[in-house]
Write a protein that binds this ligand. Structure first.
Ligand code: COA
Length: 260
């Protein structure tokens, strides 16, 4: 299959899946999400592949979020559908893969980008990585599972601090917070991911699938929060704050919110 916005390379049992939109900092538009879904479906049933490394092209960004330009004019219903469909096609898909998906966070992982990294089974980051959920600066909330997965990874208090303040953590802070497992210089990131992938690929694929399924089952209750997140995300699209936040982003200025 040929792809426009992603690439797949295979080295032995390891597949490297790269998002290829460097000029837009690998922002997730609809087509990229659909291509990632197709690639994940393909890799999931390929017995030759035992581990997947997911990364972004270029040296600046892993993924700078969902494509703000694409959703800025959406209605409440379209906003809710964006969240629901994205979750199904990509974020839940990654989390429920039968083989480990490692995020190689090679730069900005913001909004949907951090949510994508958090859907992966674990994360390694480069020293220049910056991680955050800046959605409230756009008048919206994380809509790809971020409200649930961030709290699972760093705890409720830290998750709410990050989400409400929109602070960006640098790589060392993300390591301290438990959001990433390892920080290395950028030029070593892929090799470090390959090293652990190599270890994983010598272990029983059947047992690994069972482990992923079991760990995920412990978080099944998050479904309630995920559904609430989709609803609340959609409702934000009907607000003046959302119009102001997205317009300000596109006009490259600071937003001025009224709470309406
Ligand atoms: N959606 C759509 N386009 C995006 C994007 C996103 N999430 N993030 C970056 N881009 C685009 C920019 O609009 C710009 O495009 P242009 O050259 O056509 O104007 C290009 O990528 C480069 O980004 P730019 O903002 O010029 O780079 P920077 O180094 O000044 O800033 C960031 C980098 C990551 C801090 C900044 O791009 C940013 O804040 N992005 C949005 C992050 C965000 O809010 N994500 C959550 C979305 S839910």
């Amino acid at each position: 299959m040929s792809y426009q916005f992603i690439s797949i390379e295979q080295e032995g049992h390891i597949a490297i899946l790269t998002i290829q939109r460097p000029d837009q900092l690998n922002a997730l538009n609809k087509s990229t999400i659909e291509e990632l879904n197709a690639a994940l479906n393909q890799l999931d049933v390929d017995d030759a592949v035992r581990v997947i490394i997911l990364t972004g092209s270029g040296t600046k960004a892993f993924v700078a979020g969902a494509d703000i330009k694409e959703f800025a004019a959406f209605s409440i219903e379209q906003g809710e559908a964006l969240s629901r469909d994205g979750q199904r096609l990509l974020f839940d898909r990654v989390e429920n893969m039968s083989k480990p998906v490692i995020a190689a966070v090679n730069g900005f992982a913001l909004g949907g980008g951090l949510e994508l990294a958090m859907s992966c089974h674990f994360r390694y980051a480069s020293e220049n990585a910056k991680l955050g959920l800046p959605e409230v600066t756009l008048g919206v909330i994380p809509g790809y599972g971020g409200t649930q997965r961030l709290a699972q990874l760093v705890g409720k208090g830290k998750a709410l601090e990050m989400i409400t303040s929109a602070i960006m953590l640098n790589a060392q802070e993300a390591l301290q917070w438990g959001l990433v497992n390892l920080v290395v210089p950028q030029e070593e990131l892929l090799n470090k991911c390959k090293e652990i992938a190599q270890k994983i690929s010598g272990n029983s694929p059947r047992a690994i699938t069972a482990a992923i399924t079991s760990v995920n089952a412990g978080y099944a209750h998050a479904k309630v929060g995920m559904e609430r997140e989709q609803k609340e995300f959609g409702l934000c699209f009907g607000t003046t704050d959302f119009k102001e936040g997205t317009t300000a982003f596109m006009e490259k200025r600071k937003p001025s919110f009224t709470g309406k």
